[in-house]
Each structure stands twice: as C-alpha cells, then as structure tokens.
Design a protein around this ligand. Structure first.
Ligand code: ADP
Ligand code: ZN
Ligand code: ZN
Length: 725
C-alpha cells in the first residue's frame, strides 16, 4: 500500500531521506516521532519526516521499520518545519539537521528519561555552617551557591564546574540534601533597578511585539544595561505564562547570567550546553518540550530547544562567531533563532555592543528594528583610548616605554591592569639568527609556537608537539632565538619588571580548570589591590573587575594586515570588547593600543568616532566590493592526503555546476592554509548577488556532490554563509 510509506531522516551525511514501510506493530507513526529502522547491516534511529508519501523505489523493495519509539511526536510541527527549512538553507544532509536538534541521549533507541531533576539544597546545619566556615574552598562555594535556594545539578554545573566531590562530602556531613526539583518558584532575592529611559524604551518596544514576530537589534556596549533589558522582558514573558530562550555564545558567560536570572526571576533556569552530562541535557530539553521549563539559557545547540509556549527569543553577543557550527551541519544559531522566532510568532532580540555587519545591514534594510543603549549605567565614563606608535621605540619584550610607564602608574595607585595579547605561549616563532631557519610544523608548514612552561614547540593549528632543538637543524648554530611575544613571555617580562605586583596569566593554558579561573577573577573582583593580568581574548568577555583601570593592547597588527575580508570587523569588535574591560565601576578607565600602523584608517575611525561609525565604513566597503552581506557565498572545502585527490574532486564538482548557473566562481584553489595536520586542502568559492539565485543553482548541485566518483577519496563539506574562508 503506497499511502503508508514513512519517509525517515537518518543521521548520516547523505543528501537524502529514506523510505520504509511502517512497523508491523505499535501506534501510528507521525512526523516528529522517532523510529528504529534497519540500515545497512545494522540499525539506526531516525525521525519520521512524512507519512503516506509515494515511495521513491518500488514498494516491494522497501524494508519495514522495526519499531516506533514515540507515541507522540518528539519534535513538534514548528521544529519539524524549521529543521526542514534549515537543512534546505544550509544545504545540509537532512538527517544531520534532525539529529542536531535532538540531545545525544535522545538519538538512541531508548525510552525517554524521567523528567525529574536532581537538585540540591542546604540543611539547617548547612545554613549555620555557611556562616561559621572559613570562606575558602569548593565546599564553601557550594554552600554559598545554595544559600540563595535549591539548585539543580545543571545549574551547579554552570556556576561551579567541580562541585560534585564537594557536594558529596557535604551530603555525608548532612550539610546539604539531595531531592527532586520542586516546581514551586523561589522568591526572587534581588530587586530590579529602576530602568533608564533608554532601557524602558527598548523594553516597551519589544514588549509591544510580544505575540508577534519582529526582529530587534539591541545595540549597547558591555555595561550599558542590556541584561537588565533581557530580564525585564523575560519577567513579562513569564507573567504571560510563556517561555523565554536566551542564547549566549559560550558557556563561560553562562554562570554569571544564570545567577542573575535566578536571583531576579525566582524560577528555575534550565541550562543547556555541550559540557552538560548527556542525561541532564536530555532532561532539560524534555522539560522545555513539556512547557515546564520556563527560562532556557544555552549555547549554540540550545537554539533547537522545543518551545511549545514560546514568548521570546534572545541572542546575546549576536556578533560572536561561536554561533556558527563549523562541522557537520553548519548552521548559524543566530540566524536560525530569527527563523524560529518567525515560525513561533514571537519577537527575537539580538544584543551586542559590537553588532555584526550582517545585522546592521538588516537594520538598514528595515528587516530588524534598532534599539540603542548609549548611556552606561555600569560606568561613569567611557574609557579614553590612546594609540602608542611602536615605530622607532625601544621595545622591551615587545612592550613600549609609554605602555610600561602607564602600567607602573596604575599599579602604584593600587589599581589593576589588563595586558591583552591574542597569542598563547612564549613566542610564535623560534628562529635561527645565523641562517634564518625557523621551526615549522611538519604537518602544516607553519611556524610552531614556543611554549617555555611545557618545554615544547606546539603547532596551534594541529597540536603537533616537538622538542625544542638545542642547535639549528639547518646550520648547527646554537643561537636559536624566540621571536615575537606570547602571553607567557609577557607574563615573564612583567613579573621581572614589577616584582612587587602579582602577575596573573589567564589563557587556555592556565585555566583548564574553570573553577580556578572563576576563583582567580573572584579574588580580583573582591579585593581592591593592584595586579597585572596578562591574557588572550578569554579575558575580553564578561567579568566585571571594578578595580581594573588600564587595558594595554599589545599587537593588533596581524588583524590589520590579514587578507580575510572579515578581519577588520573582527578586530574592531575585539578592540571594543577588550577596551570595555577598563573602568567598569566608579573609576575612569584608560586604554592603550600599541601598533606599528598608527595611521590605519579603520583604527583611526574606531578611536575617533566609535564602533558604529567604523562599522558603517566597513559596511560601505563591503557594498562597494560586493562582499557579504551584499553578496551571498557558499564554500566547498575538500581535504585529502594527496593534492591530486583534492584537485580531482574540486574539478569534478566545478564541472558539475549547472549550465548557466550565473554564479561567480573562484577556484578550485588551495585553501588559505593549503596544508594542515598533514592533509592537503583546497576550496571552491561560489557567490551570487542574490540569495535565491545561489540556492537555486546549488540545491541540485549539493545533492550530486556525494555521488561524484572522486568524492570518496576526499573529506569534503559545503558551507553556506561561511564565516572564515
Ligand atoms: P550589559 O548586559 O549591557 O553588559 P548589564 O545589564 O549587565 O549590562 O548592566 C551593567 C551594570 O549596570 C550591572 O551591574 C547592572 O546591574 C547595572 N545596571 C543596569 N541597568 C541599571 C539601571 N537601570 N539602574 C542601575 N543599575 C543598572
Ligand atoms: Zn641556522
Ligand atoms: Zn601543525
């Protein structure tokens, strides 16, 4: 019978859906239900996309699905529709798109986990112990977190990653108890401040759209009060009995936000991110699907959370590249959030102090409404910014006399300094003065970074490690010199120069343990004493340090000279974010920017007129150059051990483009890094002035790529709206 065929999305990287006969027993398979099917020599769990379709092969050849896994659709109609749209837009394997929407634990043929959530609270003894105990260590931190009310394991994960051992000790000592989450809300423990006029205007504008789709861009620097706007809107959404989804680019930003949401809203906050235990993540997702979870805070993949009672979607730091998934299903969570909001009929609020050029173009074209927070309630003044011309200065480990003098002044006043350098390790190059040889990664043919602490050369592209040679392998000279500076070297130099001041390095190396990081920053927040922080972009985000008054930016020249057309935008965003660390509280801040290119027009404009003006200029350049967002791109990437395999595939792919496709084609050509981790890499860039044209040409082509004979010999991917070329 033709009418009962099921069309199923299976988690395989193929551009097709699969047809099965319905299982012989069990209920009715509906779109959005999971189903277990025979696949290849084994079995696979898929999602029913359609029922009653005409089979793509003769019904006699169809296999029968083994078992229906859900009585009711796990993915509701809105998510199914959004996912179909997303798979089409990002030219993805549909099965991978559906799989992405489900937490890992739900991609298996197992019964759904119970929804109850493990949660922790203080006992009476715990409450007294909190006052009595020394204010140190993990146990105290757990008690302190619970003082504001019971917390779920997921919430604890978000604020204290290493809390479990301490919680077990406290449980044994009867200072805390474990139970099931009660749905009864805690009373909010913190009052909302009176909103400024700008904040009120923003809240009113979005609130007036509740119940309808509309995109808003909330433009306000860090400290301008965006989060207060989110909170006020979420309160309204909750009062209507609806759900709010808040996306943040990385989990490091979540703890402070979780705390603030909880203190203010008095409802449980579901946290969904990739560091969460799979069971917890699945439970949070299912509670959202049942409508029990009212506020959902999460990173990229949380954009797929079911929202049966949706009220509002918020994307914080919307410009952040972390929203783009860079493997498998290459969706962009911000763009998908907008699409979902439209499907859900709710407003979406994108917030940033440094909006993406894409969003600014959408404001210009009238698709998004702009809201501004220009005053800065969290700071008295915007910091003053000064360029330090490095040319003809005597540098000490890359630090100019002007910069060192400013550091000395600041610490002498008992204040804190942030020295920003976006490079880990000791030095980016190890160089032979005798013959010019330098240590390259054999698998990438790029310089390896010298790491003094680890006593190794490390490739930052492929993580290849090598020993530090004692003599030049090329000429035998023993004069091998580190060239350039990384955070490790700056830390060393500053510690020698300022022996009386604590110098703390904060980068991926020193903060593998996140609680250590939090603790470090916590100490600095509480104490009004001088310190020098040396760090990478990790330090650029979040974290209020009221006593931090000087930000010294060392080396932005890589960003100024890059050939990537997005480099200028990224650099402007990064500079503004880092500069925003200075003077967050009552004390005025100062920013020094050390560069060899003091007259660079983008830098000049950024400093003289601010981000909005610089962004408008960058946008004008993009328009002139017919670059995104004024053109639309797709990038086919391929890699293999042999260059010939890459060339063959990209050549065939190029030849397979439909005749009269009307696209601009660049390549096949080597990738910007032609060799990486020992693999040869190449790419083909396709571009159109018109989005529809691009998709019309690429849709049939994308499904053909997998069938090209040469496709078997390479790893390839197709990336729509790539953010790095
Ligand atoms: P953003 O999210 O833009 O970085 P926040 O909402 O975190 O800004 O606000 C920065 C600081 O200013 C916070 O400490 C916040 O409590 C405070 N703040 C924000 N709005 C107000 C207001 N209307 N009145 C008083 N304090 C405010
Ligand atoms: Zn040499
Ligand atoms: Zn390498």
């Amino acid at each position: 019978m033709m009418s009962t065929v099921l069309r199923v999305a299976l988690p395989v990287p193929l551009p097709t859906l699969f047809d099965y006969l319905p299982p012989s027993a069990g209920g009715e398979a509906r779109p959005g239900c999971r189903v277990l099917v025979p696949f290849g020599r084994g079995q696979a769990t898929g999602v029913v996309v359609a029922t009653g379709v005409e089979a793509s092969v003769g019904a006699g050849k169809l296999k029968r699905a083994l078992r229906l896994l859900d009585d009711a659709p796990l993915l509701d109609a809105e998510l199914m529709q959004t996912l179909a749209w997303a798979a089409d837009y990002w030219l993805a394997a549909p099965g991978e798109a559906y799989a992405n929407a489900l937490p890992l634990a739900l991609r298996e043929a197992k019964p759904l986990p119970p929804l109850g959530e493990e949660c922790w609270s203080l006992t009476t003894a715990g409450r007294s112990a909190l006052d009595a105990r020394s204010r140190r260590g993990n146990s105290h931190a757990v008690l302190a977190e619970l003082a504001g009310g019971a917390l779920s394991s997921a919430e604890l994960d978000a604020c204290l990653p290493d809390w479990r051992a301490a919680a077990r000790r406290l449980l044994a000592a009867k200072l805390v108890e474990r139970g099931e989450r009660s749905t009864a809300p805690n009373a909010p423990t913190r009052e909302a401040p009176a909103l400024s006029e700008e904040q009120r205007h923003a809240v009113d504008a979005v609130a007036a759209s509740l119940g309808n789709y509309q995109s808003f861009l909330l433009d306000g620097v860090t400290g301008s009060g965006k989060t207060e706007v989110y909170l006020a809107l979420i309160e309204r959404v909750l009062a209507q009995g609806r759900q709010a989804l808040l996306l943040v680019p990385e989990i490091g930003l979540a703890p402070q936000t979780v705390r603030r949401l909880r203190e203010r809203l008095g409802v449980p906050v579901e946290v969904i991110h990739s560091n969460l235990a799979e069971g917890e993540r699945a439970r949070a997702w299912l509670r959202a699907r049942k409508g029990e979870a009212r506020v959902i805070l999460g990173t990229r993949s949380a954009v797929f959370t079911p929202l049966p009672h949706a009220g509002l979607v918020i994307v914080d730091e919307e410009h952040d590249g972390a929203y783009k998934q860079q493997e498998g299903f290459r969706y962009h969570a911000r763009d998908l959030a907008v699409v979902r909001a439209r499907a859900l009929g709710v407003p979406v609020l994108l917030g940033s102090g440094t909006p993406s050029l894409e969003s600014l173009a959408n404001v210009e074209s009238g698709r998004y409404r702009a809201l501004h927070l220009r005053a800065r309630p969290g700071a008295v003044h915007a910091p003053t910014v000064q360029i330090v011309d490095m040319r003809a200065q005597r540098l000490e480990h890359g630090l100019s006399p002007t910069l060192l003098a400013a550091v000395a002044d600041t610490v002498a006043r008992g204040e804190q300094v942030l020295v920003f350098k976006n490079r880990r390790g000791y030095a980016p190059v190890l160089y032979c003065h005798a013959c010019g040889w330098h240590a390259d990664c054999p698998r990438c043919e790029r310089p390896m970074t010298l790491h003094a602490g680890r006593r190794a050369l490390v490739c930052h592209h492929c993580d290849h490690h090598a020993r530090i040679p004692t003599a030049c392998p090329s000429c035998g000279a023993t004069e091998l010199k580190p060239q350039g500076q990384g955070t490790e070297r700056l830390e060393e130099a500053l510690a020698v120069r300022f022996p009386e001041v604590p110098v703390l390095r904060i980068d991926r190396e020193t903060t593998r343990r996140r609680d250590a990081f939090e603790q470090l920053l916590g100490n600095l927040r509480d104490e009004a004493k001088s310190a020098i922080l040396v760090g990478t972009q990790m330090l650029a985000k979040g974290h209020d340090l009221p006593n931090l008054t000087l930000v010294a930016i060392v080396g932005v020249d890589e960003g100024l000279l890059s050939v990537d057309f997005r480099a200028g935008e990224r650099l402007a965003q990064q500079l503004v974010q880092v500069a925003g660390r200075a003077g967050r509280a009552a004390k005025p801040g100062r920013v020094l920017l050390q560069t060899h290119h003091p007259d660079h027009p983008m830098l000049r404009q950024l400093l003289a007129q601010g981000y909005a003006a610089a962004a408008q200029a960058l946008l004008a350049e993009r328009r002139q150059g017919a670059l995104p967002p004024f053109a639309h791109q797709a990038l086919l990437r391929a890699e293999a051990a042999q260059r010939t395999a890459v060339d063959a595939f990209l050549g065939e792919a190029c030849a397979a483009l439909p005749a009269d496709h009307g696209l601009q084609v660049a390549g096949p050509m080597p990738a910007p890094m032609p060799l990486r981790a020992g693999r040869q890499r190449g790419q083909l860039l396709l571009e159109a002035a018109n989005r529809r044209e691009l998709h019309a040409a690429l849709r049939p082509w994308a499904t053909q790529l997998a069938r090209l004979p040469s496709a078997r010999k390479v790893r390839w991917s197709l990336d729509v709206d790539p953010i790095d070329l």
